[in-house]
Design a protein around this ligand. Structure first.
Ligand code: NDP
Length: 397
């Protein structure tokens, strides 16, 4: 029986809140705080089952977060606001001695760059304080890292290549929309590609490398090599990896919109003066694009995200593919959000459950693949994201 504080009331926050409310045996008290109080109130009313206390907080302000934590005294803060708030919330957790969990690594607001160095730098201080930070507990990063740990533990003596494949074959009926926060999403997909090979990072132009990959129950889709944050921790934690890459599907229509957005300067993150005030084009664009949290109603089709792994077992080469498919309609019926928010929020709730029930424990800052994957893998199916696996198939990569 534990009290949790969820910060962030977007699509992901809604799923986390709903799923925590479904599990009162572990989450006895739930506080949902975000910048806009009314969004917390709506979530509490619509999916809170009478068990969520809405609150207002500006999580960029460490003192506000500290005051909120001191008021409610949660055992864990589940941070599902934006990556910009990772460090202020970690600071507040350190100050108050409370565990921390998030789904995306820190990005400075003025530079489209994400890496773990800033958060890993808290390791010693979290350890000394006797608390833990769990980094990257969504789907990717999150479940993909846990799939990798599970494969390494049970099916391989050494893993040599890892390809994380992320397909969204859903159709929301809009000409252009992003599936999670538009600002973070556009910053992520417009940057250069990068992958790990033979002990070093290899950089590519954005969307330079494309392959047609077949996804279960979906079929062939154009898949582009992009850089994704879990590659950084996975190559560190699985040093036998000779190559690690991340692939994401994009339709031509999406890429054309993205190109236009970049070409006309709307992806810029530096301020421009408009009628005497500073406006950041990408931040403004977020306000005119569809709200990802509201795409759910008309979203049809499914996501398929998994890991394709090659390695050695008992002296022989083996291949392994493990994945989850999630239907947008099913996610929407249950939580009122589409599958991208759902596949992020469910693992965040389950990771929180792992921490609160002591299945994952430790002192310091951890990426999810550092924990025992088994208790998580045993439970993730019953919470809505069942997985499938096949051995010795053509990985296409
Ligand atoms: P949304 O933009 O829908 O929601 C973000 C929420 O955070 C909003 O409620 C917003 O408030 C709130 N917020 C923003 N700034 C602050 C602040 N300073 N103080 C308090 N609250 C704030 O995003 P999503 O729900 O789509 O995504 C949430 C997180 O999940 C992101 O970090 C994203 O990167 C991550 N993610 C991770 C994935 C994974 O698989 N690991 C996949 C998808 C997303 P307001 O409503 O007032 O704007």
């Amino acid at each position: 029986m534990s009290r949790v504080l969820i910060i962030g009331a977007g699509g992901v926050g809604r799923v986390v809140a709903s799923k925590c409310a479904d599990n009162p045996g572990v989450f006895s008290d739930i506080v949902l705080a975000s910048r806009t109080l009314s969004k917390c109130e709506t979530i509490a009313r619509e999916v809170g089952k009478g068990r969520i206390t809405p609150e207002q907080v500006n999580a960029d302000n460490v003192h506000e977060v500290i005051a909120l934590i001191n008021h409610y005294k949660p055992e864990l803060v589940i941070h599902v606001a934006l990556p910009y708030q990772d460090l202020p919330i970690m600071d507040a957790c350190l100050e108050t001695g409370v565990n921390y969990l998030d789904t995306a690594n820190y990005e400075p607001k003025d530079e489209a760059k994400f890496e773990y160095s800033w958060q890993w730098a808290y390791n010693e201080r979290f350890r000394e304080k006797g608390i833990m930070a769990v980094l990257g507990c969504g789907f990717d990063p999150g479940v993909t890292s846990i799939y990798t740990a599970y494969a390494a533990k049970h099916h391989f003596d050494e893993i040599h290549t890892l390809d994380i494949v992320d397909c969204n074959a859903g159709d929301h009926g809009k000409a252009f929309a992003t599936n999670f926060n538009p600002e973070i999403n556009i910053r992520e997909v417009t940057q250069k590609g990068k992958y790990w090979e033979n002990g070093k990072w290899v950089e590519t132009k954005p969307h330079e490398i494309k392959k047609v990959l077949n996804y279960p129950n979906i079929g062939p889709k154009d898949s582009y090599l992009i850089y994704h944050e879990e590659l950084e921790s996975l190559v560190k934690n699985f040093p036998t990896l000779q190559r690690a890459r991340f692939w994401m599907t994009f339709g031509q229509e999406y890429l054309t919109h993205l190109r236009v957005i970049q070409n006309i300067g709307m992806a810029r993150i530096d301020p421009v003066k408009y009628k005497g005030i500073d406006v950041i084009p990408l931040e403004f664009l977020k306000y005119v694009l569809p709200d990802p949290g509201e795409l759910g109603e008309n979203y049809r089709g499914e996501t398929s995200i998994g890991c394709r792994i090659r390695g050695i077992k008992d002296g022989k080469e083996q291949t392994y593919y493990i994945w989850n498919n999630c239907r947008h309609e099913v996610a929407y019926r249950e939580t009122g959000t589409q599958a991208v928010s759902y596949t992020t929020g469910v693992p965040a709730m389950l990771g929180a459950m792992m921490v609160l029930t002591g299945k994952w424990n430790g002192r310091g800052v951890f990426n999810v693949e550092e924990f025992n994957p088994d208790p998580f893998m045993e439970k993730i199916g019953e919470h809505g994201l069942p997985w499938q696996e096949v051995f010795n198939v053509d990985l296409e990569l």
